[in-house]
Every structure is written in structure tokens, then in C-alpha cells.
Write a protein that binds this ligand. Sequence first.
Ligand code: DP6
Length: 348
Amino acid sequence: MTHTASLTSTWQSPSNLAIVKYWGKKNIQEPVNPSVSFSLSQAFTRTSVNLTPKEGGGFSFKLDQQPVPKFENKIETFFKAARPRLPIIENYYFDIESTNTFPHSTGIASSASAMSALAFCLADLQQQVDGKKDLDITEVSSLARIGSGSASRSVYGSWSLWGRMSELPESSDIYAIPVPADIAPVFRNLHDDILIVSSQDKPVSSTQGHKLMDNHPYREGRISQARQNTLTLLKHLSSGSFEGFAEIAESEALSLHGLMMSSTPPYTLLLPNTLSIIEKIKDFRNRKDIPVTFTMDAGPNIHLLYPDEFSKEIAEWEEKEIKPFCANGRIIRDQVGRGPKKGIATKN
Ligand code: DP6
């Protein structure tokens, strides 16, 4: 049955930052290894989808009121893949309007927030058309995954895990779950300052990088490293060991970039200032005995991670010693967030 009136759904959903990295795919956007991330508090996408009956479907997409052909292609692919689960795609036309609270190409994964916000809207609209009420969050995560792997983890607040681990019976390759452990207070309020080394477009996209894992010489070693790091990270998240956490965060960040450097063809996204900042962080940590660590995604920018109580000392140090290494002195401050919300709110 097709509704005659139009229906609307609005959601805001956060980006997330992985500590154990998803790198490499199998089947339809399933990960070759488990990953663990937290949702950000300030960096999110707000999306409104308006649906009107139309035989054969179709959509229009605008980001900040402008069409973006690159994203239209991604949404097209997503709609095709999601069609078997969302019968509305056949019979309705979708007007999609999005805004991001964070700038482009800053190392904040916009596909995670964008695809999870879109998955919430579409799942919600399917429910409205079917006359059903409660959203199945694992179904939303699974839909978001089809749009972008890391988006599967953005459907929750705080910490999420995606990827099947035999040690964790609730875990799945198809959808993410909240991290199945109590999270110590230090990690519930963790800060993430994004040190922008460059905001230029990356020469090799994450999607291309994932592909290079298919025949990577270190593939099997990487899979077992990520599994081990996941189990160890979960222990540290529960016990509150910042030192243990820092070891995993840095091992994962540098391993990810090591995998890029050892791909065929090899490449690197690191820039000289990326390495200078890493040296600065280690030096500051040794001199001041302040718990601070870092990670990186598939790009040159550094995510500086530290407990809430050290914000003041760290801000002073960043101002003096780190800003000169950042493009236009740019630092974006964020923190662990509470997850997606229906409707529009000004703050997460
Ligand atoms: C390095 O989720 O952006 O950020 O599934 O092709 O959309 P697609 O890739 P994407 O990959 C993210 C890679 C990463 C690590 C991570 O977020 O786990």
C-alpha cells in the first residue's frame, strides 16, 4: 500500500573516531577485522528526508542547500543496495537535505555521520509507511554499514564495536553493537582535539585503501593484530588504564599507515608536520607526565586524545607548541558524545 500524503523524518547522527581501525572489506561492506570507536559530540550530520509517492522512486540530494554530485553517486549506490530491505525505495521519491556541523576534509569522517543519519531517516520512514513504531537499532546500523562501513558504529552514543569476534557472542559483521563492557569514567568523557595538518583532498581515498588490503602481504597478520588489539582495548576501557589505551591507540594509528606504505602500490598520507606533532606529543608526555595520546585516520591529521581533567594544561601547550604545525593554526575540539537524536537539536 502506498501513502498518498508526504512524510518527513529528521535525524542528527555523529561522526565517530576508531581506535581499532576497520581496514579491508569482504562480501557487501563487511569488515575483515573488528573495529572499536567512539561517537563524537560536536561533529554530526543533520538530515531531513521528505518522501512523496512516485512509481519507480528516485531522489534529490542537497548538502548545505547545494547539490554535490560525488555524494549523489554514493547515495545512488546505497539506494540500490538497500532496496531489498526498504520497499519504500520502489514507490516513493526522496528529497534529502543535509548539513554538517563540521567542515569538509578535516579528517572527520563525514561519510559515517551522513550515512548513519540517512539510514535513521529511511528506516524511520519505512516504519511510518508500515504503521510500525519502534526502530530496530541493529537494522539501522546494518543499513548505515551498507552506505559506509564506519557509519555502522555511529548509531550509538559512547563506544561501539563492529565485526564478529568469537570471544564476543553479541558481535557481528553485519551491524555494530555498543561495546560489551562497562566504560570507565576517563573514557566516557575522553577529549579528541583534531589537529589539522592539512585540509586538502586525500590522494588515495579510504575506499581505495580498503581495496588494497585484498592482496596485501600482511593481511593475515593485520587481522590477528586487530583482533588482539580489540580484546586488549576492551579490558583497558573497563579498567580505566590510560597507559594501556595509549599503547593500542598508537599501535593502531601507525599500523594503519604502515599498511598503506606496504600496499601495492605503496603510498603514504603522512606529512612532515604529522611526524613533527607526534614527536611533540611524546616529548610533552615525557616531560610533564600528563596522560595524552593520539590516533590518525586515513589522512595526515592527528587526533589528540586525553582525559577531561587535563584540558587546561593541554590547551596551553597546544597554543604554544602545536598550533604552528597546524594548517592555519586550526584545531577542532571534540569529545565522546551521546549519539544520534531524532529531530533537530542544537547541541548533542
Ligand atoms: C581509516 O568507513 O570511510 O577511518 O566503508 O568504504 O565507506 P567505506 O570506508 P570508511 O573507512 C573508514 C576507515 C578508517 C578506520 C575506521 O573508521 O575504522
